[in-house]
Design a protein around this ligand. Structure first.
Ligand code: HEC
Length: 723
């Protein structure tokens, strides 16, 4: 009997300064780099993850369901060395204002098939994203080479049904002395934000505002440039943004707020002021300065990067864009100062912001409403902008006066783990998305509810497992109230209630997770969970090999038996045997030679396929094994690359790889097909014989690696010496 320890997922955190302490109820964890959360009319949360998954969370049970995966260009956990498109991915989500009826949602992501960010509308079907429902609204060409950063990516609806999307300047932040990247030299495209944020004819470095329609979008009145103005884009609402990361819109005044991540410069110098992050406020469309002006309208001089000479100082009241790659207006609208601005060092103007790393974000505006169940702040704080800081792990409250000017700025809550999004729920509580502790490849992103401490602390609970029986290990309510424990099983995109009590038995079937929700007599909850499959620590398979002759050779057979505490469906089991030569080459698993890996990356194949994992398309190893020994495979697959199509591996089509040169297609297909050299596979049975690869030209005297795999199980691997 193996007892599993579950985490206690609820903790109360007292804020350090001023305000009444907040209680933090953790509702779901295990997210991988979550980027943005949207709250549905029925209270569910929709969360997007950087690498492309879209999740739904039921905040009442902690149930977390993967409702879709969008193909995106993103830095991947399986390829952590890649420096390609480092901030690309699935970046933002908003639900249609009429979501309850039309089940539509808007996603903003780095498209894998073109070098561009795309805003698409999708419709849910049976609770899942229907890929066929995609309506592409807008594509913004970007660059992904030379360490460009800044894609923004926040998507929000205003109270008037207009859709706002923030887009970063898509510029390399290095090698510009930590000031303005306005490098005009011919080969320095990616170091020039004059082509993007400062360009009235480009949607990068902007916040756009559009009115979605049935078939696309319209331009609402009041944007920065009237439709038809030469050298401008009518979608632009705010321009001159560096990396407008998370945005919010005042529900009453429609004022737009956003956090703006600033450049690195630590000191003021002749090339310009030190870097500041900003929280911005747009009561109307405007130019917010970058890359010519920053903070409270501190100007940068125009600078010649070839000679390092510092030239004319920008006039914030009449800024100009002299960039050689500027395709828009030369004379720009006057620059607007930030609402809050702060450098790395302690700010003279806003000392409450503290000091250190910076990453400003804007959250909701609080209005006191006695008719609402929860007011996160008191009546005296009516009209308070909540801002937060990804790096500093804090939420701030900026009390605004009747003219929306700051009266007071204070820390509201701290010790958060990279707060990534902050939304106000209908009941008045706050929904907080935390990214996780690392820059990339987190597995501990989470979503929590924040509410004022009304004296009722949430309970605690841990659970344990013994075979198929799960029971409460410890559960307690700090106030000694009565607890009810309800059990749920996650099953695909839905959940099954198993009943209440201290013990349950899991029925036969395949489930992702079991959860116990402890509810105290005043309704506070705590959730404990044990993954049964995909959400984290996977259940493992075990592999037993039958008696074989000492050191089996090429072409012989090995008897196997796959075991697990809870067996997967037999049809899902695959057993593989692979020869590892005595040199140990590829001992970690088959991989592409370096030149092929580069070619596959450059040809954008890896967005949908990895060597040993399928993302949108099949894994290349699966492709190789399927066509192993078929003489016409190479020709057929090359034809498939040219024409695209679906039906062999599922309903999702591969787009025609039009940009792929024939000689590169030859190289890629040859490399894919050779991945299965020395390998054999048996599918669909837990017990049987696997025939080892016949002689294939590798040096004898190595080892056989036998592995067993099934979806949502950790694989089993053993090695035996080969003849
Ligand atoms: C946008 C996603 C996407 C991209 C990009 C993509 N593929 Fe695919 N690929 C797929 C899908 C989906 C399938 C499965 C099609 C099917 O079921 O018939 C597939 C299938 C394949 C197959 C197997 C075809 C078959 O009929 O069995 C090969 C080989 C392949 N892709 C190679 C590549 C290569 C090489 C590239 C880069 C040049 C690439 N793919 C880019 C999505 C993609």
């Amino acid at each position: 009997m193996k007892a599993l320890t579950a985490l206690t997922l609820t903790l109360a955190l007292a804020s350090a300064v001023g305000a009444a302490p907040l209680i933090k109820e953790n509702l779901a964890t295990g997210f991988r780099d979550p980027m943005e959360v949207a709250i549905a009319p029925n209270g569910d949360f929709y969360v997007v993850e950087r690498e492309g998954r879209v999740l739904r969370v039921n905040p009442n049970t902690g149930g977390t369901f993967v409702i879709g995966e969008v193909a995106v260009q993103a830095l991947r956990g399986t390829d952590p060395k890649s420096n390609y498109g480092r901030e690309d991915g699935l970046l933002g989500i908003a639900l249609d204002p009429n979501f309850a009826k039309n089940q539509r949602l808007f996603l903003f992501f780095s498209a894998p098939d073109v070098v561009a960010c795309r805003l698409s509308r999708f419709t849910l079907k049976d609770g899942k994203i229907d890929p066929a429902s995609e309506l592409k609204l807008l594509e913004i060409p970007t660059q992904r080479e030379n360490k460009v950063c800044h894609l923004g990516g926040s998507v929000e609806f205003g109270p008037d049904g207009l859709l706002y999307v923030s887009i970063g300047d898509n510029t390399n932040p290095f090698e510009s002395a930590g000031v303005a990247p306005i490098d005009n030299r011919d080969n320095r495209v990616e170091w020039d934000a004059q082509r993007s944020a400062g360009n009235t004819n480009d949607l990068r470095g902007k916040i756009i505002r559009i009115k979605p329609t049935e078939t696309g979008y319209e331009i609402p009145p009041g944007n920065l440039f009237p439709k038809g103005t030469e050298g401008t884009r009518p979608e632009i609402y705010a321009m001159g943004c560096r990396n407008p990361f998370r945005i919010s819109i005042d529900p009453k005044t429609k004022t737009l707020y956003w956090g703006e991540v600033g450049p690195d410069g630590r000191d003021n110098g002749d090339k310009g002021p030190r870097g500041h992050d900003e929280v911005n406020q747009a009561k109307a469309a405007g130019n917010f300065g970058w890359p010519f002006v920053i903070a409270d309208n501190k100007a940068y001089p125009i600078r010649d990067f070839a000679t390092n000479a510092v030239g004319k100082m920008t006039d914030p009241a009449a800024p100009e864009n002299p960039g050689q790659r500027n395709t828009g207006l030369k004379k720009l609208p006057p620059a607007q100062p930030a609402l809050i601005w702060y450098p790395y060092a302690k700010s003279d103007e806003f000392p409450a912001m503290g000091e250190g790393g910076r990453n400003a974000m804007a959250g909701p505006v609080f209005y006191h409403d006695p008719s609402r169940k929860i007011n996160i702040l008191g009546k005296e704080d009516d009209r308070t902008l909540l801002t937060y800081e990804w790096m500093r792990g804090k939420i701030f409250k900026a009390k605004l006066d009747a003219n929306e000017k700051i009266e007071k700025l204070e820390v509201f809550m701290e010790k958060l783990v990279h707060p990534m999004d902050l939304e106000m729920d209908k009941d008045g509580s706050l929904v907080l998305l935390e990214y996780g502790s690392d820059w990339y490849f987190n597995k501990n992103g989470s979503v929590s509810r924040l509410r004022p401490d009304d004296g009722n602390k949430p309970p605690t609970i841990t659970i344990k497992a013994a075979a198929n029986t799960y029971s409460v290990d410890k559960a307690a309510d700090p106030e000694g109230g009565k607890l009810v424990v309800t059990w749920y099983l996650t099953e695909g995109v839905s959940e099954r209630k198993l009943g209440t009590g201290s013990t349950v038995t899991v029925p036969a079937g395949s489930f992702e997770e079991i959860r116990a929700v402890a509810t105290d007599d005043k309704g506070a909850i705590a959730i404990a969970r044990i993954p049964l499959a995909t959400l984290g620590g996977l259940p493992t398979l075990a592999l037993e090999l039958g008696k074989t002759r000492d050191k089996p050779g090429f072409g012989e057979s090995v008897n196997f038996k796959v075991k697990a505490e809870r067996m997967p469906d037999a049809g899902q089991i695959k057993v593989r045997a692979r020869y590892i030569p005595p040199t140990g080459h590829d001992a970690g698993g088959p991989e592409f030679p370096e030149d092929i890996a580069k070619l596959a990356t450059a040809s954008q194949c890896l967005a949908c396929h990895q060597v040993d994992s399928g993302v949108v398309g099949p894994s290349y190893l699966d492709v190789a094994l399927r066509y192993s020994g078929q003489a016409d495979a190479s020709a057929r697959l090359k034809e498939k690359l040219k024409a695209g199509g679906a039906g062999v591996w599922g309903d999702v089509p591969m787009p025609p790889q039009v940009a792929l040169k024939p000689e590169n297609a030859d190289k890629l297909i040859a490399a894919i097909l050779s991945l299965s050299a020395g390998m054999t596979e048996t599918r669909g049975t837990p017990v049987g014989n696997i025939r080892l690869a016949p002689e294939f030209g590798a040096e004898p005297g190595g080892a056989w690696e036998i592995s067993a795999e099934a979806p949502s199980y950790a694989p089993a691997r053993t090695r035996i010496p080969a003849k």
